[in-house]
Design a binder for this molecule. Structure first.
Ligand code: SF4
Length: 351
């Protein structure tokens, strides 16, 4: 059982983040934000996959203006990602963004930070202070002789204090790096000093396969320490994949449950069934179900029944078929050619 670290609650649009609320899944569009139809289409695809907060890049005035039209068409909160230009942050607030992602240290003078903090405060808008290993301040790089956990944490704390100075406390913090150990150590330092909710993720996680493994390893390590209130898996390519991977990471950690989880044994010399094919078919055909359920597909009668009993619906291979379990009880023997349909029927009957 993971004990989540205590953080304050911040509301992003209507979504509560922190304070023990369920971990929130985020992603970021990779369309040109100024291409409004393409951006809306991608956000809708992300919503359909289960994305709960979406971030868009706001590199110029046209992109800031696009927020207004995009917001009218989508249902999830929108975060405006802004670098260097405080005026874009002010415009993003004006056009209805639900949160800003900035680094107070790189948007100009103290007067600029104050203006952004005041606008966000007036609109009850949170700001995420996002520190990246790749863009650490020069003085911190010099002080720590490169990118270090201490430097990442110090940068985050400095950026937070720039907002707090203007009585702004509606803050979410993120510290991202592509090196997992570095990121982990930075968070350990940071959580000793901050109680703001933390957005977690790796930068440049990579291609879908390797990036998923890196994200699962890095985010899993943080989550196991109870760190993280919202997360993003960063993968090169279609961001919808990020949502699916994020859901699987949270399910695997037991922190959230999304629809049917299919457990399958790895198969061995005792296997009586085509476990891989059955598990794959069942997983695909039950993908539309949102009720959290577990289905176990186990290959033999030696080690299979134990796991099959633990699941909501389970099968354990045997002679000419399998034994069916429902909620821990043996129901009946089923023939090999009936296995997939029987599992589907059973799941539909209990969901
Ligand atoms: Fe082998 Fe049975 Fe274990 Fe599957 S459940 S790996 S078939 S021993």
């Amino acid at each position: 059982m993971i004990t989540r670290q205590k953080t304050k609650v911040v509301h992003i649009g209507g979504v509560p983040v922190g304070g023990g609320n369920p971990l929130v899944i985020q992603s970021m569009t990779n369309t040109d934000t100024r291409n409004i139809p393409a951006t809306i289409a991608q956000i809708k695809a992300l919503e359909a996959a289960g994305c709960e907060i979406v971030r868009v890049a706001v590199p110029d005035i046209e992109a800031a203006e696009a927020i207004q039209r995009i917001k009218k068409e989508i249902s999830i909160p929108l975060v405006a990602d802004i670098h260097f230009d405080y005026q874009l942050a002010l415009l993003a607030v004006k056009y209805g963004a639900d949160k800003l992602r900035i680094n107070p240290g790189n948007i100009g003078s103290e007067n600029h930070v104050r203006q952004v903090a005041e606008a966000a405060n007036a609109n009850d808008l949170p700001i995420r202070v996002g520190v990246n290993g790749g863009s650490l301040e020069k003085d911190i790089l010099a002080k720590y002789n490169g990118v270090t956990p201490e430097g990442l944490a110090e940068s985050a704390l400095q950026n937070v204090s720039l907002l707090e100075k203007h009585n702004f406390k509606n803050i979410v913090v993120s510290v991202k790096a592509s090196n997992i150990t570095l990121m982990l150590e930075a968070h350990k330092i940071l959580t000793k000093h901050l109680s703001y909710p933390l957005h977690i993720g790796l930068t440049e996680a990579g291609t879908p396969y390797k990036g998923s493994i890196r994200s699962a390893t890095g985010l899993g390590a943080l989550l196991s320490l109870g760190i993280g209130d919202t997360l993003r898996v960063s993968l090169a390519g279609d961001p919808v994949q990020e949502i699916l991977v994020a859901k699987d990471i949270l399910s695997a950690m037991g922190l959230r449950h999304f629809g049917v989880t299919v457990i399958a044994c790895p198969t061995c010399g005792r296997t009586d069934l085509d476990v891989a094919e059955i598990a794959l078919q069942v997983e695909m055909k039950l993908a539309h179900i949102t009720t959290p359920l577990t289905v176990a597909v186990m290959g033999c009668a030696v080690n299979g029944p134990g796991e099959a009993r633990e699941a909501d619906i389970g099968i354990a291979g045997g002679k000419n078929g399998a034994v069916l379990f429902r909620k821990g009880k043996v129901i009946r023997h089923i023939a090999t050619n009936e296995i997939i349909d029987t599992i589907l029927d059973e799941v539909h009957s209990i969901q």
